[in-house]
Design a protein around this ligand. Structure first.
Ligand code: SAH
Ligand code: SF4
Ligand code: F3S
Length: 469
């Protein structure tokens, strides 16, 4: 069952929060305690960490980028591929000597990885210096968990197995001041056969549209220029709810908020992206003309084995429709290379769909077996070296396509958001999601500008600012 966390439950957390504050003011009266948070994985995790930072700030914590000076160290983990998990174990393991030197430091591991039983068991057996381990469904209970762990000597583990919760009204301390993540839903029901997310994030559940709308209004009022709506499958927003607001309607309502801002969203599942959604986007001028639409494979048998519920033709016709109603739209995608049993011919279908669509860029992954998923049981005869060679072939193909796309932008003027500072330049992001390096003063970060693109060399564009809005 999916549960809404009640106000009483949240008020109870306030009391725990106060007790944590007291604890530190007694045992460390000279300065506020410091927290170090390291986040792995997707934007949903980044957003969760922002909420945990909000709770920690309420508990009186300051923040540090140095684990050595932290009183509380938190790893918010990702389980999507083996590599992500290995990195976490390596990095957590490296803290053992720190804990030996400073026994008062509390080390915690949370997130998708620990929601897997075997990971929690490994942390218990071999990482006893970790004081707190908690799953994805109890993030809102951080004050209670932290207090509990401070009061006991052995590892505290809280990983309830449930469908999931929706907790509203948790404080948030956002990392950026002009780009914001706004979760609209949690969990996933799709059970793509390779994917661990439905097992570690629970069932799909959507937040109330009024609450989302208010949060979006507050962000715009606070000067945010870009709001990214988050969900594993945003196109199925509101499914099963009684309020009747679907994703297209939610976009319409956010688009109607007064102000100068862009709406982005991720991720869209092709099976639920409809022509009607693209019609809506065509109408809504604040919605970004960039669409991340993971295709995973260009071969129908593999798509079926993946349980993706669309065919190559359906994907292509969706892209064609989108381009018909929004000519300037650009697409990026995710691709898995070497799904169990994929043959060379089937992989070539992926190469050909990549050519046919002409993505702006791709996120490419070698298939990584995840324990407990159906694909992990499938015969997987292709050796890793061969899959690695396929991946290289795919990335080389995409580099060529991206290079051609960038070359076509040379000489044009584009509206861009100045996002960050590099070594002697600013980074301006175009609506289609590529970055142009421009000279300029860092005070311009967070502003929109018209930039002229002067050249595109080695996959990097250079340009200049024509005017700032
Ligand atoms: N909900 C999103 C994706 C979330 S995971 C969607 O459906 O598109 C992000 C990407 O990681 C996926 O799109 C997929 O390409 C990749 N991925 C997921 N599980 C994987 C696995 N077991 N091995 C390799 N890549 C994987
Ligand atoms: Fe994983 Fe598929 Fe859900 Fe995306 S839609 S999170 S790939 S199960
Ligand atoms: Fe990773 Fe969990 Fe996101 S598994 S990709 S952090 S939902």
């Amino acid at each position: 069952m999916i549960r809404n966390i009640t106000e009483d439950e949240l008020n109870e957390q306030q009391l725990f929060s106060e007790k944590v504050r007291q604890h530190y003011s007694e045992c460390k009266p000279e300065s506020p305690p410091l927290a170090y948070i390291r986040t792995y994985g997707c934007q949903q995790n980044v957003s969760d960490s922002e909420h945990m930072k909000g709770m920690l700030a309420e508990m009186g914590f300051g923040f540090t980028e140095q684990p050595e000076e932290a009183d509380f160290i938190l790893f918010n983990t990702c389980a999507i591929r083996e590599h992500a998990c290995d990195r976490v174990f390596g990095n957590v393991g490296a803290l053992k000597s720190l804990k030996a030197r400073r026994p008062d430091v509390l080390i915690a591991v949370c997130g998708c990885m620990v929601q897997q039983e075997h990971v929690a068991a490994k942390l218990k057996e071999s990482y006893s210096f970790v004081g707190l381990v908690f799953g994805t469904h109890v993030i809102h209970r951080l004050p209670e968990l932290l207090l509990g762990a401070l009061q006991q000597r052995k590892q505290m583990t809280v990983i309830p197995v449930e469908d999931g919760v929706i907790a509203e009204g948790i404080p948030v301390r956002r990392d950026g001041d002009f780009k914001a993540w706004l979760p609209i839903m949690y969990g996933c029901n799709n059970f793509c056969t390779y994917c661990i997310v439905p097992y570690v994030r629970g069932r799909e559940r959507s937040r109330d549209p009024e609450i989302i709308l208010q949060e979006a209004k507050d962000l715009v009022a606070a000067g945010y220029k870009e709001i990214t709506l988050l969900g594993q499958n945003v196109n199925s927003y509101g499914r099963g709810a009684t309020h009747g607001v679907d994703f297209a309607e939610l976009l319409r309502r956010i688009n109607a908020i007064e102000g100068d801002f862009t709406i982005r969203f991720m991720t869209s599942h092709p099976k639920d992206a409809t022509p009607a959604l693209f019609d809506t986007i065509a109408e809504c001028k604040k919605v970004s003309r960039h669409f991340h639409l993971p295709v995973q494979s260009g071969n129908d048998r593999i798509l079926k084995e993946m349980n993706r519920h669309y065919t190559r033709e359906q994907y292509l016709s969706l892209v064609a429709y989108a381009r018909h109603v929004i000519p300037e739209i650009s697409f990026t995608s995710d691709i898995i290379v070497g799904f169990p049993g994929e043959t060379r011919e089937e992989f070539e279908d992926t190469l050909s769909i990549v050519k046919e669509v002409g993505f702006t860029s791709l996120f490419t992954f070698i298939y990584s077996p995840r324990r407990g998923t159906p694909a992990a049981q499938m015969p997987d005869p292709v050796p890793l070296e061969e899959k690695t060679a396929w991946l290289k072939e795919l990335t080389a193909l995409q580099e060529g396509i991206s290079g051609e796309r960038l070359a076509r932008l040379v000489g044009t003027k584009q509206r861009a958001l100045i996002e960050a500072q590099g070594d002697g330049y600013l980074e301006a992001r175009l609506p289609e999601n590529s970055v142009v390096r421009v000279p300029g003063d860092p005070s311009l970060i967070g502003r929109h500008a018209i930039v002229k693109i002067n050249d595109a060399r080695s996959w990097i564009m250079h340009g200049e600012i024509c005017s700032v809005e």
